[in-house]
Design a protein around this ligand. Structure first.
Ligand code: PLP
Length: 428
């Protein structure tokens, strides 16, 4: 299928033919925990990874397999692993790369949950992180240590929508023999494909634009298949030395660059830790994915119109939207996301925190929710919600002010959306 265009791939990859048992046109929900082996030898071959196929529902599922193949194709990767949530995708990516004593260099301005994972949870398992100004390459480089195992970034930082220079960061990571891991949740492969810019591993919260309707939690890890684990064997023993828990297999030797990472993440991490995506979630995500190319341009169109409206409003102190001419990241947006920068717009009020609170309470159409990327417009006051665990210093370091509101523009009529914002601003 690889010669087809994006729109065709998102509809067909993974299901080139109808399900042979049922002739079902839609990808069925394979609601099963287990699979039948033809005989004991067949089971042995499956367990020994000599015969690729389903073993047990905590490892693979055919509904999920379609989702994995589709996202891998859309991102230009070689393999993918679907997870129960975006948080699980990020956790398992880091755990496949790093172990106790290892270290991650991460962008400061990332999603609060990912910050929390790296700053507070993983250190309990011996993996530490330094948070850097990702736009200052010298600072990033000086944070890399011999025990660093990845540089971690977001294509559009949540909630600031800052855009890192992926090409330069990939080059820097590779200079030190480590992979660049990119969370492409806000970008989606429709707007940007980080692997084309040198990223090695891409992760997603599929809960957001990929799912798009606020119904389903899910995540996914995509491997570019390009990182040479064996060339940096001392840094990645989990991939380059025998896994005694899996018949002594050395993933990078047996499965090569293209298969090692996702096989290890599935055969070992998913087996032992278990945050599997359930078949119904995969079904919803497969269905939503079919309209990604129709939805994303509308999110972008509404995002830009709203950003322009807010920019010209006297009660608005600042607007962050990289698609907006004059925005700090406008040039980066033109380079990396010329077709739009999604529907997430952040802004603050001349009246400060109190005005932000009045605005939120005055909205009629947009709803307050810990969510973005929904078909329905939603908004959040990060300092009071997703980033609440941060102290004031940490908040400022992430570029979040007490008056900042993050608005995720949905697919509504643009004029209706702006009218709602206008009437809420009148109250501030
Ligand atoms: N990455 C980003 C950029 C996010 O915004 C989120 C959640 O908001 C996550 C990861 C975590 O995803 P999930 O909620 O699916 O676990």
């Amino acid at each position: 299928m690889s010669n087809y265009k994006f729109e065709t791939l998102q509809l067909h990859v993974g299901q080139e033919q109808a399900d042979p048992a049922t002739d079902s046109r839609a990808v069925p929900i394979y609601q099963t925990t287990s699979y039948v082996f033809r005989n004991s030898q067949h089971a042995a071959d499956r367990f020994g990874l000599a015969d690729a196929g389903n073993i047990y529902g905590r490892l693979t599922n055919s509904t999920q397999d379609v989702f994995e193949k589709r996202i891998a194709a859309l991102e230009g990767g070689v393999a993918a692993l679907a997870t129960a949530s975006g948080a699980a995708a990020i956790t398992y990516t880091i755990e496949a790369l790093a172990q106790a004593g290892d270290h991650i260099v991460a962008q400061k301005t990332i999603y609060g949950g990912s910050y929390n994972l790296l700053a507070h949870t993983l250190p309990g398992f011996g993996i530490t992180a330094d948070f850097v100004n990702i736009h200052d390459l010298a600072e990033v480089e000086s944070a890399i240590r011999p025990e660093t195992r990845a540089i971690y970034i977001e294509t559009l930082g949540n909630p600031n929508s800052d855009i890192p220079d992926i090409d330069a960061l990939a080059e820097l990571a590779h200079k030190y023999g480590i992979p660049l891991v990119v969370d492409n949740t806000f970008g989606t492969p429709y707007l940007i494909r980080p692997i084309e810019h040198g990223a090695d591993i891409v992760v997603h919260s599929a809960t957001k634009f990929l799912g798009g309707h606020g119904t389903t939690l899910g995540g996914i890890i995509v491997d570019s298949g390009k990182f040479d684990w064996m060339a940096h064997a001392d840094k990645f023993p989990g991939l380059t030395t025998p896994d005694e828990s899996y018949h002594g297999v050395t993933y990078a030797e047996k499965f090569g660059r293209e298969g090692a990472f996702i096989t290890k993440a599935t055969a070992q991490l998913m087996r032992d830790l278990g945050p599997m995506q359930n078949p119904q979630a995969a079904f919803f995500l497969n269905s939503s994915l079919e309209s990604l190319h129709v939805r994303m341009p509308r999110h972008c169109e509404n995002g830009l119109a709203v950003a322009k409206f807010l920019q010209s409003h006297p009660k608005v102190r600042f607007v962050s939207y990289p698609g907006l001419e004059g925005d700090k990241y406008y040039d980066m947006a033109q380079k990396y996301m010329p077709n739009g920068t999604c529907g997430v717009v952040s802004f603050g009020f001349t009246g400060g925190r109190a005005a932000a609170e009045t605005f939120m309470k005055s909205l009629k159409l947009a709803q307050i929710a810990t969510h973005v990327a929904d078909a329905r417009t939603c908004c959040l006051h990060p300092a009071n919600a997703t980033h609440r665990q941060m102290n004031d210093e940490e908040l400022i370091a992430c570029g979040i002010s007490a008056d900042m509101v993050r608005l995720s523009c949905g697919l509504e009529d643009t004029a209706d959306l702006i009218a709602d914002l206008e009437q809420a601003l009148e109250q501030c």
